[in-house]
Design a protein around this ligand. Sequence first.
Ligand code: ADP
Length: 190
Amino acid sequence: MINLILFGPPGSGKGTQAAKLVEKYHLVHISTGDLFRFEMGNNTPLGQKAKSYMEKGQLVPDEVTVGMLKNKVDANPNAKGFIFDGFPRTIAQAEALDRLMAKKDSPISGLLALDVDDEEITQRILLRGKTSGRSDDNDERIIRNRIEVYKSETSPVFDYYAQSDKSQKINGFGTIEEIFARLCTAIDSL
Ligand code: ADP
């Protein structure tokens, strides 16, 4: 089993790279952002709960997010492994993920962090906003808030997995193929 955390600030290219990694390594991709957007699109109780947070660029509360994540992992008992994208975003989520995967005897193999600066990600998100239809991609204030939340609440997750030598930084500049090649090199040496 390979269980990867694809890490990095909003707009760093996690979704794009996850799609390519799934194709190559046949892992199950779980994006909490995509799951929330699906629930919102169907106007489910979970989607309604997530909406008010997402629209402001805030994190959805941990107990909501962790519950949804667990359901998705449990729904894939025959997976060869997982790519977690956009999760964990807090230390509490990381601890919950470790407990869940320990129960399955399938710990996190590594965390790969796409390294891109604020200027670049703001530009990328605004560009994506033109076609994504995501209201959180169209307002610079909300984007700035997401970046702030990333720095204060999410970036400590990198250090959390660094304690067990599982965190690696990957240069997130360059073409999609260049970044993909860097990720593959890192995964193949896990
Ligand atoms: P991006 O990484 O581009 O910001 P995502 O699609 O991963 O976008 O997430 C969009 C929004 O969904 C976040 O800003 C947040 O409100 C919510 N969200 C996604 N994942 C989590 C999580 N693990 N914990 C809390 N909220 C989350």
